[in-house]
Ligand binder design. Structure first.
Ligand SMILES: Nc1nc2c(ncn2[C@@H]2O[C@H](COP(=O)(O)OP(=O)(O)OP(=O)(O)O)[C@@H](O)[C@H]2O)c(=O)[nH]1
Ligand SMILES: [Mg+2]
Length: 445
């Protein structure tokens, strides 16, 4: 459809036809003036541009690389700024990620930049412990976005923290990729767009660099690691992007220092043998990286993140929760039907679990009752036994007492018999004495 000042005309979408050609003015030699402004829906892109400029852009970068490999310097060089970042130590017990968000402005374009840095990466013996925090962080941002999407009341000011690109800093050994880098890339390549970089490329000679690049690419291919490919579907940038794909990994050098070269001040690194100019394409691939990352493919990186990586996360997560687009008979099911089916399934499951719990509870009550009864019985038997023992003990004591008393009684009886005997003897003696005294008295008379 095209809107002219005399009305609306419909054209096949595939044909690009100007109004003048359609109305045949070109053939009739009628002078055709180009309009001074934009009319109708051809203004649509300008609306989008002005809206985006008003709202500003956001971009989230994850920098993975060993301590001191040049992550912060490269970010500062890329955004031509001096973002505050503390130097890390080599002695952290585990890998963690630091997140910093900056509000940048270039001309009148506002950019909310989030830089996530690995701290302690490469200093740990435990390899899994080194890459797991990175995976967890990427997933956590997807999860936060999914939760926001599923909210009843969504925030229009939600800050999307999903990682759009991972700049993977490879040590400039000139040798090959180390096992930690391979493992880490293997574990995150389906979750994030990886752009591999050879860090501090000024420390490797030109010949070694080419060999190193080919070695890295062949290692990535043989380990089936997918890195981000600059898109070639837009023919205006297809050629540049495909030639850039062939130059990966980019060999970069970072520096925010201004160095004098001839009469110009350039950003570079000053060495005894000369100056390495960061923005000189003969010296390193920094400009290529900046162009590809910020000028040409930033939107594609964001789209890939949303439509590819996040989509995969969302799909797996919802599938795990039991969501599906088709029913058992391969018919498409609406969300409401699915919800109703799930609700019923859940209700049945709850009922089943309730019954099982009830049964378990009853069994437990029964078991307890039996246990109580047994305990009671045991207790009463024990107390009977205790009483019997006590009784036996008392009986024994009593018998002993009786025996003692009987012994005492026998002794007393013997004493009484002795006493009676003594008493009788005394009485006999006394009677005899009395008789003798009487006899004496009678004689004296
Ligand atoms: N030769 C060379 N040195 C560099 C390059 N980039 C950074 N450096 C130096 O390397 C050192 C560490 O740089 P940083 O940017 O702090 O490294 P980092 O990876 O952010 O370090 P941490 O955050 O502490 O892990 C500094 O002395 C930089 O000047 C480079 O491309 N080439
Ligand atoms: Mg740093």
């Amino acid at each position: 459809m095209a809107v002219g000042i005399w009305g609306t005309l419909a054209f096949p979408a595939s044909q690009e036809v100007t109004a003048a050609r359609v109305w045949g003015w070109e053939r009739e030699n009628i002078r055709c003036l180009a309009p001074l402004g934009h009319f109708g829906f051809e203004c649509l892109p300008y609306q989008l541009v002005s809206k985006s400029m008003r709202q500003g852009f956001s971009f989230n970068i994850l920098c993975v690389g060993e301590t001191g490999i040049g992550k912060s310097t490269l970010i500062n060089t890329l955004f031509n700024t001096n973002l505050k970042d503390n130097k890390s130590s080599h002695f952290y017990p585990n890998v963690r990620l630091t997140v910093q968000t900056y509000n940048l402005q270039e001309s009148n374009v506002k950019l909310k930049l989030t830089v996530v840095n690995t701290v302690g990466y490469g200093d740990q013996i435990n390899k899994e412990g080194s890459y797991q925090p990175i995976i967890d962080y990427i997933d956590a941002q997807f999860e936060a976005y999914l939760q926001e999407e599923l909210k009843l009341k969504r925030s229009f000011r939600y800050h999307d923290t999903r990682i759009h690109v991972c700049l993977f800093f490879i040590s400039p050994t000139g040798h090959s990729l180390n096992s930690l880098d391979l493992l880490t890339m293997k574990n995150i390549d389906r979750k994030v767009n990886i752009i591999p970089l050879i860090a501090k490329a000024d420390t490797v000679s030109k010949n070694d660099l080419q060999k190193f690049k080919s070695k890295i690419m062949s290692e990535l291919i043989s380990n089936d690691i997918q890195i981000y490919q600059f898109p070639t579907d837009d023919e205006t940038i297809a050629q540049t992007n495909s030639s850039m794909n062939g130059m990966l990994p980019f060999a970069v050098v970072g520096s925010t220092d201004e160095v004098k070269v001839g009469k110009r001040m350039v950003r570079g690194r000053h060495y005894p043998w000369g100056v390495l100019q960061v923005e000189n394409e003969n010296h390193c691939d920094f400009v290529k990286l900046r162009d590809m990352l910020l000028c040409t493919n930033m939107e594609d990186l964001k789209e890939q993140t949303h439509f590819h990586h996040y989509e995969y996360y969302r799909y797996s997560k919802l599938q795990k929760l039991g969501f599906t687009d088709v029913g058992p008979d391969n018919q498409s099911v609406s969300f409401q039907e699915l919800y109703e089916a799930k609700r019923l399934e859940f209700y049945d499951q709850c009922q089943r679990e309730k019954e099982e719990l009830k049964k378990k509870f009853m069994q437990q009550v029964k078991d307890r009752e039996t246990a109580f009864k047994d305990a009671e019985k045991e207790a009463s038997t024990t107390s009977l036994m205790t009483l019997q023992n006590k009784f036996e003990h008392l009986k024994r004591i009593q018998q002993e007492e009786i025996m003692k008393l009987e012994e005492e009684k026998r002794q007393l009886e013997e004493e009484i018999i002795d006493f009676c005997k003594t008493k009788a003897a005394c009485e006999t003696l006394q009677t005899q004495a009395c008789t003798n005294i009487k006899k004496d008295k009678d004689r004296k008379k």
